[in-house]
Design a protein around this ligand. Sequence first.
Ligand code: NAD
Ligand code: DAU
Length: 338
Amino acid sequence: MRKILVTGAAGFIGSNFVRMMLDDASCDDKIISLDSLTYAGNLANLDGYHDHDRHTFVKGDICDEAFIDQLMAEVDIVVNFAAESHVDRSIHSSSDFIRTNIGGTQVLADAAKKHNITRFVQVSTDEVYGSLGKTGLFSEATSIKPNSPYSASKASADLLLLAYFHTHSFPVVITRCSNNYGPYQFPEKLIPLFVTNLLEDKKVPVYGDGMQIRDWLHVDDHCSAIRTVMDNGIEGEVYNVGGNNEQPNIEITKMILKHLGKDDTYIEHVTDRLGHDRRYAIDASKMKEKLGWEPQVNFDQGLPATIDWYINNSSWWSAIKSGEYMNYYEKQYGTQTS
Ligand code: NAD
Ligand code: DAU
């Protein structure tokens, strides 16, 4: 029985990964979920799984050396989701991003090296490659050229881990995935923010002309890719993960409006994000050719199902969209949307 430490397990993708591993009746891995429960961490994301016999939740910070050292002595594998993950917040202030995304990864890696863990999966992002022009795709050979404080912190962690592989034969594998969507995504990100704003009969703040392009992948597909890389990836290698599903933000916005029966008057073009990357698109052929992974969820079905999830789980997001969240909303959007 393997013991897998999942950091950032109470966040969006981490909690979907933990549920996937625990729902698999053929799996006997023990999952130790770790999260410091920042504004983005939510124990409700693991509701129904707290008493699962293969699951333990531990509250703690990946930057806490003594605590991580103690915990690491008990585990075989680390899957590192823990991060500050929102680009707009990194533009307001980058210190938490540097602390957790770089410093926390270093603490985890040093403890993992000391305790000879067999595999360290770093969940990275396509944003480390920077922005594309109208054509081309990010491959694993594309140069790192991050443009936001968030993506610079993720790129730094990737470089540190690859240096540990080169220097210490550290057993790291890195995934770089495109934009995820699905249940339990914190409503500061495009899709859950726009869906929940519209459910509250509020306008949706489209940055600039809305023609920025992202490559959207359902979170279930990202989780299956991470599991594939954890089990079969080659040490020291990077694997790009994407949905082959490029969409301009304005198109996503219109799809959401249509599904919710709202018209274009709900669109508010607001001041653009500083340094906004124009286009991301992933070449995920290495995942298919080397590891046999391909996305399974079609966007035409995945997006409506996701919108319906937010409709049916209003108590989950209304609890978040109150109190402290509103302070962030005010700081980010001011009086631009109401
Ligand atoms: P999220 O913000 O929803 O979750 C992050 C989790 O990490 C939260 O539960 C938070 O409490 C926890 N955390 C933060 N700092 C911590 C610390 N110091 N110690 C312990 N826990 C801490 O983020 P997400 O969208 O689920 O992203 C998870 C990972 O996937 C991140 O590393 C992100 O860079 C990467 N990623 C995200 C996407 C996406 O589209 N969301 C795409 C590619 C890669
Ligand atoms: O590409 C992977 C990355 O995707 C992850 O590494 C990040 O953790 C994740 O947050 C996401 O980053 P983005 O910046 O692409 O996601 P976000 O949902 O914030 O924005 C998606 C697009 O929508 C982007 O072009 C900005 C735009 N946007 C976003 C918000 C929040 C708007 O137009 N209005 C908004 O209010």
